[in-house]
Ligand binder design. Sequence first.
Ligand code: ADP
Length: 288
Amino acid sequence: FTLRVEPLPTATAEGAVAMLMLHDITTLVRMEQMRADFVANASHELRTPLSSLLGFIETLRGPAHDDAEARDRFLIIMQEQAQRMNRLIEDLLSLSRIELMEHTPPTGAVRLERVVSAVVGALEPQARAQGVTVETALPDDLPAVIGEREELAQVIQNLLANAIKYGVPAGASAGRVEITAGTLRRGPVAMPQATRADCVFVAVRDHGDGIPKEHLPRLTERFYRVDSARSRQLGGTGLGLAIVKHILNRHRAAMVVDSQVGGGTTFTVYLPRAASGQQLDDDPPGPS
Ligand code: ADP
């Protein structure tokens, strides 16, 4: 954590030390509180499907033991609950892996257009099932970015999966998602000063119901959802954007969200551009 010393014009040496300790303790208490909230939330998220599973097992061993029709129905629900726990554990593990790496920025050069096309291919069945068309328009001469291929695939995957999930407006049966990219002489202020000049952006835009303004600053918090019931019903864990945020922190990158209620949402990611002669990370790309 960072310590800030804020000397007052009138402070004595002892006064400055006292203030420094106050900052230290406040940060520690806040971090401890966040950790406790996270463990409580994660336990709650796991306990809900687990209780449901235990309930169905109880019923199958008792009253529904000889009811073949009920057994088949319950088994499908039990499978869904187990899959939900599985997704949650996968996301929790991703989050802790990325957090461990956060202070070691990647050094490789990655071609975003390859990452994007692999992710779009992988999510194609999901998009088709929701009636969503995904259009990609990336320039041929898009420069490589500094990054880690699998992590960048995870960023695009989480943003595209959300655009597919939330991109069909209420009452509609089809949606459209656009992925665009380009370069900028200067990135947004959210990017660290060291990587802000000359960056590459990739934007994922949907035409869904949009997100009310007051929720925007909290979207990347763990387990924060605008509509919990809808997120759960669509298979969401509430961790997708938190994972994106940590990967982008590691990349010294940034994300900007622009959303209009009734007009759709655009998530734009800004990444540092690789030097033109830098060796490319040429392994076949793909989401993890
Ligand atoms: P989840 O697993 O719930 O989708 P995320 O961390 O990926 O979790 O996203 C957090 C919340 O942000 C979602 O629950 C949803 O309410 C909102 N959200 C994310 N992407 C979009 C989008 N493209 N359109 C509308 N809402 C979105």
